[in-house]
Design a protein around this ligand. Structure first.
Ligand SMILES: *[C@@H]1O[C@H](CO)[C@@H](O)[C@H](O)[C@H]1NC(C)=O
Ligand SMILES: *[C@@H]1O[C@H](CO)[C@@H](O)[C@H](O)[C@H]1NC(C)=O
Ligand SMILES: *[C@@H]1O[C@H](CO)[C@@H](O)[C@H](O)[C@H]1NC(C)=O
Ligand SMILES: *[C@@H]1O[C@H](CO)[C@@H](O)[C@H](O)[C@H]1NC(C)=O
Ligand SMILES: *[C@@H]1O[C@H](CO)[C@@H](O)[C@H](O)[C@H]1NC(C)=O
Length: 612
């Protein structure tokens, strides 16, 4: 997760595997996607270590059959541990890691095995895990890249935005930021000459349509290969089906933005829903309508309160910010905010380990702490150490984490590896292209409107509101409008396990931590209420999303049962987590084989540069 800058582009974040780290550690497995010839039928090629990859050609414009332009979707699959015709083969589970803008291919590489273990029932059900780089993103072409692979120019842009400071500082940074956004918009339009307005076709309804295509193409491939549909429920085989019922259906887990994508899919193509798990739930109405992105931060500051409480309780041996002389958590909190206020007043200079100049402000601290709330188990102890050292005048760890999270562009790697020869992590423009295309057009808003918008965000979260406002601010001059648009209602008809055309095969299953910094529980409840029969499972943990941020056998069993039987709990239930951020027995928790190292750098399970 990480992201970036303050300006127009950016934002948020989500917490799954650090794809960048993974890939650099796996140079030997680097796949040259250009060697795969795109095709309209699905053709898999062996790739990486035990995966299969494909490049699927789809119409760029799903609404205009005379438009012959295409997008080529990069797909990666982790095969099931059994063969396709094994009776325990459960079919494909599609996953989306969020963002928007995160690469599904990287996600399969980094987290595929863990996700597979999460849903598989040994001896009973075994799934293949499939993901893809959505339109405009990663290895999918055309790419939403306003800088034409000129990473240095993009970083210069990000540094300038960083220097402009937080949008909550008044009208001046807003006015300057609006001009920067307008200039970027010009650059994006210029970059599109090659493709036409390709960035108008990357929004979520188009991606949902691509998912229908992928599901159909997988089904076709299986039929071509003569594999029986062994994964269908045996009882379904007995039922006489009409042609119409017998459509391939999606099995899906969406995280964060991926829950919005899932909700679009289910609402647009309810008859294509087989199973759908939505974890870390976005309020799709707020995402698609109005000023936008105003519901995310409902619980953010509450998690920060939990951080102080937990730190005080754990004491100085576990939480470096605590002191034996503290009478309560509020003393730790007061020290922190007073330090941040000092930094807001007088920024301090620092150098990164390689000499990059970094001027640290209170904004940096708010962003760093906000990022940490995504993944308390992996970061809280380290956060406390990093902050304590910085408050004592040692900014080494602070700067390295700011760089790692992308809050400071990493100039050291830009010219060497990130020069266009390698798929970049997440481009801010590719996030904006999706977010701005899905949301209402807000390109006519002036500085005073934005000032009020920023204030609204800050009123939701003192910690993260100013940063969060950048997400929609990136749309202030966004030049592309999609023709294929969907604004809701985000709802489905009743599910029919016996399969009926136009109806889901199972109700939707929503997952939420008790406290999530960017997709609060109340969004999960609001979204579930519009899907008949849907259930909300609360995990008694903190962080962004449930799967991957805290261990809970209870949640895991519900998810695995759901994929097998299609049943959800009959009412909202809560699952305990097995350990928390300050427990010793949690530090090894590593669903993605990413562990906190001894160093003060964080191994985020986050693809750099995500919002959700
Ligand atoms: C459909 O695509 C064709 C070919 O690119 C184009 O000439 C036509 O204007 C498009 N129609 C619409 C409604 O966009
Ligand atoms: C400053 O902090 C870093 C880790 O963040 C540590 O390695 C280093 O020893 C510290 N320097 C001093 C002078 O304490
Ligand atoms: C980009 O980086 C790669 C890998 O470090 C290097 O081989 C290549 O020469 C670089 N290209 C340019 C144009 O700098
Ligand atoms: C949307 O459709 C209109 C015609 O209905 C066309 O003129 C316009 O170019 C289309 N926009 C995009 C982005 O395709
Ligand atoms: C971890 O430690 C906590 C606190 O001591 C305890 O409540 C919890 O049950 C432990 N979890 C495991 C998996 O051992």
């Amino acid at each position: 997760m990480h992201l970036v800058s303050q300006s127009a582009l950016i934002a948020l974040s989500f917490a799954l595997a650090d794809a960048t780290t993974f890939e650099s550690a796996s140079q030997a497995l680097q796949l040259d996607w250009d060697t795969i010839t795109p095709s309209g039928d699905l053709v898999y090629h062996d790739c990486y270590d035990g995966l299969q990859c494909a490049r699927l050609e789809v119409p760029l414009d799903w609404t205009n059959s005379t438009d012959t332009r295409t997008a080529v979707i990069a797909i990666a699959k982790l095969p099931a541990v059994v063969s396709d015709n094994d009776p325990s083969f459960g079919g494909s589970i599609f996953v989306n890691p969020g963002g928007p803008g995160a690469s599904g291919v990287s996600f399969v590489l980094s987290d595929g095995h863990d996700l597979q273990q999460y849903v598989d029932k040994p001896g009973r059900r075994h799934y293949e895990i499939v993901s893809w780089d959505p339109r405009g993103i990663g290895r999918t072409t055309p790419s939403s890249d306003c800088f034409r692979s000129d990473a240095v120019s993009r970083s210069a842009w990000q540094l300038e935005a960083r220097g402009n400071g937080g949008l909550d500082k008044g009208l001046d940074p807003i006015k300057y930021g609006l001009a920067m956004a307008k200039a970027l918009s010009q650059r994006c339009k210029d970059s599109e000459h090659q493709w036409g307005d390709a960035m108008a076709f990357v929004n979520t309804p188009s991606v949902a349509r691509d998912m229908v295509q992928m599901v159909d193409k997988i089904d076709e491939l299986r039929k071509r290969e003569g594999v029986s549909k062994a994964h269908d429920e045996p009882r379904l085989e007995l039922k006489k089906r009409t042609e119409e019922d017998d459509v391939p259906r999606l099995q899906y887990i969406g995280f964060s933005y991926g829950t919005a994508l899932g909700n679009y899919f289910a609402s647009l193509y309810p008859g294509r829903v087989g199973r759908m798990v939505l974890d870390g739930v976005v309020n799709a109405d707020d995402y698609a309508n109005g000023p936008g992105w105003l519901t995310n931060l409902h619980d953010t500051d509450e998690i920060l309160e939990e951080f102080w409480r937990g730190c005080h309780q754990a004491g100085p041996s576990t939480c470096a910010l605590a002191s034996d002389s503290d009478g309560s958590a509020s003393e730790i909190k007061a020290r922190f905010w007073s330090w941040v206020a000092d930094l807001d007043d007088i920024p301090i200079p620092a150098l990164s380990s390689t000499g990059t100049i970094v001027v640290i402000t209170g904004d940096d601290i708010r962003k760093l702490v906000g990022s940490s709330l995504y993944d308390p188990i992996r970061t809280f102890k380290l956060l406390s150490t990093t902050l304590q050292q910085a408050m004592a005048g040692n900014t080494t760890g602070l700067v390295s984490n700011l760089v790692k999270l992308g809050h400071v562009p990493n100039l050291d790697t830009i010219c060497s590896e990130n020069n266009g020869t390698k798929p970049a992590s997440i481009l801010p423009e590719s996030q904006s292209a999706v977010i701005c295309g899905d949301g209402d057009d807000i390109t006519d808003k002036d500085a005073s409107w934005w000032y009020k918008y920023v204030q609204r965000q800050v009123s939701k979260s003192k910690l993260y509101g100013s940063y969060w406002a950048n997400i929609r601010f990136s749309c202030s001059s966004w030049p592309f409008r999609p023709n294929l648009s969907f604004k809701g209602p985000f709802t489905t008809p009743k599910a029919f396990p016996s399969l009926a055309a136009g109806h889901p095969a199972a109700p939707l299953l929503f997952l939420s931590p008790r406290l999530d910094p960017v997709t609060p529980l109340n969004s999960a409840r609001a979204m579930a209420a519009n899907h008949p029969g849907a259930a909300v499972v609360i995990q008694e943990s903190m962080g962004h999303c449930v799967i991957g941020t805290a261990p809970s056998d209870c949640t895991k069993a519900i998810v695995a049962d759901y994929f097998e039987s299609g049943t959800v709990p009959s009412e909202e239930i809560a699952c305990k987590a097995q350990c928390g951020p300050w427990d010793d027995n949690c530090s090894g928790y590593s669903p993605a084989a990413v562990s906190i190292s001894e160093s003060t750098s964080w191994q985020f399970r986050g693809n750099p540069i995500l919002f959700l």
